[in-house]
Design a protein around this ligand. Structure first.
Ligand code: AKB
Length: 320
């Protein structure tokens, strides 16, 4: 029987991945953990939940032993804009947390999923159709932890045969748990603002292109890469994936198909803008498609429609 531990399980990706994994493997087989209990009682009470600081080897090892964990999704990390507020703390959480999980995976023979990001690239990276293997040299502290993390995960695989696997996620668009502190957060906030206020003040300039993926595709990717037969892998840490690339102006135009009076204005956040300008405009994700069958189901049109009707429906029901 599979036994899975998720760190950062109450975050944007964790909370939806947790639901998908519980549905697939059973509630008792998926152990959620986070540094605090948060507000989502359904998640915390729907199956095993542990308060864990991922930087504590003792806490992590105790949980792995108690629940006989064989697979870890290590999602606990600070996102790009938030990380700039306190680079040393961000390094501590993102790198020392990762090192603890790698050691725990090595000593307890667990498979380990670690998300990387388009943030692992930098201004010298080719911006259009960014290849899987290319120059990285990120300039944000988040990106530095992500590219160092990719190397460390590959190191543990080659040196100790730990089954590490990872994905370079673009911005993830979702409507269950809001993201916190990312550069791509605007692409989630804009939908809530469009439905509820008809107006959004965007922190990135209208022509800033970034890759994005809709949450159902992101969750499926995280499940499928861990279930894939690794004999077809040429890469491990981490695979480019993408589903769409757009700028705020494009997204606003798509939203206007459903909310014609929607208005977008701009108040640039220099921290987020600098980060976004250092990231690719659009990735090439051929390796993920060939090596483990990645594909996306949601295009920009389909995602926009689904976000708007879901948020409208939840606003009507008062469950937002
Ligand atoms: C962020 O904006 O920091 C994240 C990411 C792309 O890694 N959403």
């Amino acid at each position: 029987m599979k036994r899975i531990l998720i760190t950062g399980a109450l975050g944007q990706l964790g909370s939806e991945l947790a639901l998908a994994l519980r549905q697939r493997y059973g509630n008792d087989s998926v152990i959620l953990s986070d540094i605090r209990e948060g507000i989502n009682r359904d998640l915390v009470e729907g199956g095993p939940f542990e308060l864990i600081d991922c930087r504590s080897y003792e806490q992590v090892a105790r949980c792995i032993t108690n629940y006989r964990i064989d697979t870890i999704y290590h999602l606990a990390a600070l996102l790009s804009a938030k990380a700039e507020e306190d680079p040393m703390y961000s390094w501590d959480v993102n790198m020392n947390g990762l090192l603890v999980m790698l050691e725990a995976a090595r000593l307890h023979r667990c498979a380990l999923f670690v998300p990387s990001s388009i943030g692992s690239f930098g201004p010298e990276t080719p911006k259009q159709y960014t290849p899987q293997d290319t120059i990285q040299r990120p300039t944000s502290i988040y990106g530095i932890t992500k590219s160092a993390g990719e190397l460390l995960c590959d190191y543990y695989h080659h040196r100790y045969d730990v089954d590490t696997r990872g994905i370079r996620f673009p911005g993830i668009i979702s409507n269950l748990t809001p993201p916190g502190g990312g550069t791509t957060d605007y692409a989630v906030e804009i939908f809530y603002a469009a439905v509820n206020q008809g107006h959004y003040v965007c922190p990135l300039s209208g022509d800033t292109f970034l890759d994005m993926v809709y949450m159902p595709d992101a969750v499926r990717a995280a499940v499928e890469i861990m279930e894939a037969d690794p004999s077809t892998f040429r890469h491990r840490n981490a695979f480019n994936i993408t589903a769409m690339s757009f700028c705020p102006e494009d997204l606003a135009a798509y939203i206007r198909t459903y909310i014609p009076d929607f208005e977008i204005t701009y108040h640039i956040d220099p921290v987020r803008q600098r980060i976004a300008d250092s990231w690719p405009n659009c990735l090439e994700d051929y390796a993920a498609r060939v090596e483990w069958g990645w594909h996306h189901d949601y295009s920009l049109e389909e995602m926009t429609y689904d976000m708007i009707i879901t948020i409208q429906e939840r606003t009507r029901r008062g469950t937002l």
